[in-house]
Design a protein around this ligand. Structure first.
Ligand code: AMP
Ligand code: ZN
Length: 449
């Protein structure tokens, strides 16, 4: 099938025509979650952007291998385990389970493969050994560092030069490093922390190594597309390139680098460290997976997307309206409709097209109605039929904000009458629905569990 897929390649900053290595089998890798805490709406954007690209690639090529990893060894996981008094396994298994439920509610297709870092420790040790042997890395007191000055293209993806990076690096760098920009491939683990035996003692890998190892194992030394959020360009992706190209004596690792912009709240990046996150579970419970999905596709992937009630309410009324013309059609969507998405995954343009098809269908045009339904399904909407959608809404009524505020008022009234038993019952009833209420300074607030 002839087509013209274009993608903005972070390597060049240009929108480029996509030329696959092997058109019979496309290879794509996207960095997946670090499973230490409930995934948030920012993480959902990366998920949905690459899920949509996966759908587009599947439409125009015979076969697509899409690998999305799970980072299940990381300092943040160790910290979370200590803070919550849970074992590492408990945390990673629990968060992975939530992540998979989230993927399902957002109607993301399963990637071809979902490898875990901890299942690839041997390969990471082998790659580290090989980098040392080839003089790209050195050992210092149980640590192994990658020597950035040994890799001439360091900084090419992020457009940074080594001198600038050195000047900008913080003072308290480890004395073990030869150069402050050198990054860790392997580090010692304290007793009680996860660790594996290695030629450098008991330890664990640095974060960047897993993606070099797993992408090569499942997609080859060179592959088509590598994706992730904008924050991964530096240092994560820069370091993946340095590791893989050095070890394989190659010029290229991934041919196209695609990065999605941030989800923001009041113009600030949504992130755990800023404490402004909304979990996917919370957003989905409040608005439904489809509404969240449509909201995340409403802006072009390269742009920031501000998360606010108005955005969500608008998407909710759109989905609500679109369901009026729902039917069971799921015809193959013609290429001329997909063309909009082939232009650098122009999801806002595609959504505008769906609105146009809806308007025509609403005037009684049957062909538009079929196209409208196929187009919605193509980008992962209408995964519930009309009945299921109505049932979901009924079930969700129970946890609408209105319902919660009503229950809080009833509880307050019970407390004022001295009926603490009823007050506690109401608190438990909300807790069962995943709502936690907190009394502070005479006011009651609520949040999702
Ligand atoms: P993490 O679990 O932090 O490793 O992140 C998983 C993915 O979510 C990465 O591709 C991040 O770049 C992406 N990500 C994290 N925060 C945001 C955000 N606020 N907006 C968009 N993408 C994000
Ligand atoms: Zn990665």
């Amino acid at each position: 099938m002839s087509h013209n897929l274009k993608l903005t390649n972070s390597l060049t900053g240009n929108k480029e025509l996509f030329k696959p290595i092997n058109p019979k089998s496309i290879t794509m890798y996207a960095c997946g979650p670090t499973v230490y805490d409930n995934p948030h709406v920012g993480n959902a954007r990366t998920l949905i952007v690459f899920d949509t690209l996966f759908r587009v690639l599947k439409k125009i090529y015979e076969k697509v291998n899409y690998v999305r990893n799970i980072t299940d060894v990381d300092d943040k996981i160790i910290e979370a385990s200590k803070k919550n008094k849970k074992t590492i396994n408990e945390i990673t298994e629990e968060v992975t389970k939530i992540f998979h439920l989230n993927c399902k509610s957002l109607n993301c297709l399963k990637p071809t493969m979902e490898p875990k870092a901890t299942n690839h420790i041997n390969e990471m040790i082998e790659m580290t050994k090989s980098l040392i042997k080839k003089n790209f890395a050195y050992e210092a007191n149980g640590h192994v560092y990658f020597s950035v000055s040994s890799f001439k293209n360091y900084g090419a993806l992020s457009n940074k030069n080594l001198e600038e990076l050195k000047a900008g690096s913080r003072i308290e760098v480890s004395k073990l490093k030869k150069n402050p920009m050198d990054f860790v491939l392997w580090k010692p683990s304290e007793e009680g922390d996860p660790g594996w035996e290695s030629p450098w003692g008991r330890g664990r890998p640095g974060w960047h190594l897993e993606c070099s190892v797993m992408s090569e194992k499942y997609l080859g030394k060179q592959f088509d597309i590598h994706g992730g959020g904008l924050d991964l360009i530096f240092p994560h992706h820069e370091n993946e390139i340095a590791q893989s190209c050095s070890n394989n004596s190659s010029e290229k690792f991934s041919n196209y680098w695609v990065h999605n912009g941030f989800v923001t709240i009041n113009k600030e990046k949504m992130s755990k460290s800023l404490g402004n996150i909304i979990s996917i579970t919370e957003a989905v419970n409040k608005y439904s997976g489809q509404v969240v999905r449509l909201a995340l596709l409403s802006a072009h992937y390269s742009q920031p997307l501000d998360w606010n009630n108005k955005l969500l309410e608008n998407q909710r009324s759109t989905i609500e309206k679109w369901y009026r013309l729902y039917d069971e059609t799921n015809d193959e969507i013609p290429l001329e409709v997909i063309n909009i998405l082939l232009d650098d995954l122009n999801t806002p343009g595609f959504i505008a097209k769906i609105h146009e098809l809806y308007a025509n269908a609403n005037k009684g045009d049957e062909k538009s109605k079929k196209l409208f339904n196929s187009a919605c399904k193509f980008i992962g909407l209408f995964d519930l039929n009309k009945n299921e959608w109505e049932n979901l809404k009924k079930a969700n009524k129970d946890i609408s904000e209105e319902f919660i505020l009503k229950k809080i008022a009833e509880r307050l009234a019970a407390k004022q009458k001295g009926d603490y038993k009823l007050a506690d019952q109401i608190r438990d009833e909300l807790l069962k629905k995943g709502i936690i209420i907190e009394d502070q300074k005479g006011k009651t607030t609520w949040k999702f569990k």
